[in-house]
Design a protein around this ligand. Structure first.
Ligand code: ADP
Length: 501
């Protein structure tokens, strides 16, 4: 058997046929409904208390901060009211010792200090006017709400959100470990340190980055139609969409605070990375199985482990390795016969990234998909430069291309599954066609969807294979990149929150 035949056999395991895709869509819709009714389901369907999406006419100056992991970002966003905005920002690394400090005061005090420095640097006039007012009226003079900067706080750790600016920390991740913050309202923690510095700032919204993506797209998208869905395909994957309040029946049983009911809608954060954790419809190969088994959280985030940037490179690495060590398969086994002086033997360095868990970045799949040179020279060079495989043959590169494309294509088709299910479940009967402006708008963000060649095209191809969408419906779904959910998106949530009060 040639190495290409062997690779074709493996690539076929990643095929995700129309029939399975359609079964997956039905399961997603059913798990969506379940999640709206009760807690503890595979799709968490978290109510965000954000009850309106912008249409591009919003105006004003807002603040946004983003605590995501290594850095803390502060920005101000001027919304011009014509779908455009200007953004000013600063970024600082979070000192390690604050991530594991005795109390949360050290960390949140540091964050408030950064906001103060930002205001002094970029909004000095406003800040000075506030200081003078305090000096003449006394430290406890209450500021009118219009004099306060409304701030959206993107906090990328697990929280139990109980109001638009209320959420208790469930646990720290990403190397943070400050015991006394767990169970506390993170907005309150930030607000008290802001107040201790007497800053004219009100923490108006606690923001999830996927919700921010939806808001950012809704403000910047052409036309007056609001965006239905914001979706991230980056390190992880997740989606947030606009749902009818009447369908979120679990809200009645939750201990959340009051919210504006006038729009009849609320954005729901699906946390779709954990779709079908019980594995009733998701495709599975031995490589997926091993990846999950050797991960830090087996049985969790099963959809994400087949779709997002953190995992696709690792799936490919496992497939390549299996074909390399298999004595029946001859990947990277071209040997110098000694008859041809120019012929060199393919070698794999002992410390090759192929031998290390997480050694292959998903960016490699993008490079592979983009190489259309006749001898696949770019793939062979990258194998040598990044993966320590020297003198790979063109046939080896063809094998890599076949395998990488199969993994990328399955990820795109699974992405289509989630998007299509939400379009269908929200009653958008797109398959009947419609006018030029009759579109369903979707905002996306993340390196995978932005840089993987043809990712959107593969999503669209899958849409056409779903009867409830079809050829006509696929044309009505508009997908646009929505950058900066944690900047402009967070600012827009602060705006919506302030208007709802
Ligand atoms: P994040 O989701 O962490 O905010 P990104 O959207 O940049 O950030 O996503 C990073 C992920 O995207 C990483 O898992 C990385 O492997 C992957 N990635 C980076 N560059 C590319 C690329 N050119 N093509 C596909 N995936 C990429």
């Amino acid at each position: 058997m040639s190495v290409l035949d062997d690779a074709q056999r493996v690539a076929a395991k990643f095929e995700y046929r129309a029939e399975e895709l359609n079964k997956g869509v039905k399961a997603f819709i059913s798990q969506m409904h379940e999640g709206l009714q009760e807690t503890g389901t595979t799709l968490s369907q978290i109510p965000t208390y954000v009850t309106a999406v912008p249409n591009g006419t919003e105006k004003g100056l807002y603040l946004a901060v983003d605590l995501g992991g290594t850095n803390f970002r502060v920005c101000s966003i001027q919304l011009h009211g014509n779908t455009t905005f200007s953004l000013t920002q600063s970024k600082v690394a979070i000192p390690r010792e604050l991530m594991v400090a005795e109390t949360s005061k050290e960390l949140f005090g540091f964050l408030a200090k950064q906001i103060e420095i930002f205001l002094q640097t970029h909004h000095g006039e406003h800040y000075q006017a506030h200081l003078e007012k305090r000096n003449t009226m006394g430290a406890h003079a209450a500021l009118a709400e219009t004099e306060l900067f409304q701030l959206g706080f993107t906090f990328s750790f697990p929280v139990n959100q109980i109001g638009i600016n209320r959420g208790t920390l469930l646990r720290w991740t990403k190397g943070f470990d400050i015991n006394d913050a767990v169970g506390k309202d993170v907005c309150e923690l930030l607000q008290s340190e802001i107040d201790a510095l007497h800053l004219p700032v009100y923490v108006a919204a606690l923001v999830n980055d996927t919700v921010g993506t939806l808001m950012a797209r809704s403000y910047t998208s052409p036309g007056k139609t609001g965006t239905l869905l914001g979706a991230i395909f980056g390190t992880g994957t997740n989606g947030a969409y606009v749902e009818k309040l009447s369908k979120i029946t679990k809200l009645k049983t939750m201990q959340g605070s009051d919210y504006d009911k006038s729009t009849g809608e609320m954005i729901v954060n699906t946390e779709w990375g954990s779709f079908d954790n019980h594995m009733t419809v998701l495709p599975n190969t031995p490589y997926d199985w091993d990846l999950d088994n050797e991960s830090v959280n087996p049985g969790i985030q099963m959809f994400e482990k087949r779709v997002s940037g953190m995992f696709l490179g690792e799936i490919l690495r496992r497939v390549i390795l299996a074909l390399t060590v298999n004595p029946q398969s001859r990947l990277f086994s071209d040997k110098d016969s000694g008859e041809n002086e120019l012929h060199s033997t393919t070698t794999i360095a002992g410390d090759s990234a192929l031998y290390k868990q997480w050694g292959v970045d998903t960016a490699f799949l993008s490079i592979v998909a983009a190489d259309s040179t006749p001898d696949l020279g770019v793939i062979r060079q990258t194998l040598s430069r990044d993966l320590g495989v020297d003198a790979a043959t063109t046939e080896d590169a063809e094998v890599i291309k076949l395998l990488a494309n199969a993994i990328g294509r399955r990820a795109a088709r699974l992405s289509a599954l989630a998007i299509a299910a939400i379009v269908i479940a929200t009653g958008n009967n797109v398959s009947r066609g419609g006018g030029e402006d009759d579109v369903v708008d979707i905002g996306v963000d993340g390196s995978l969807v932005e840089f993987y060649p043809g990712f959107e095209n593969m999503i669209r191809e899958a849409f056409r294979e779903i009867p409830e969408i079809g050829e006509a419906g696929e044309k009505r779904i508009r997908i646009g990149i929505a950058k900066d959910g944690s900047g402009v998106g967070a600012a827009l949530i602060a705006l919506v929150a302030a208007q709802a009060e």
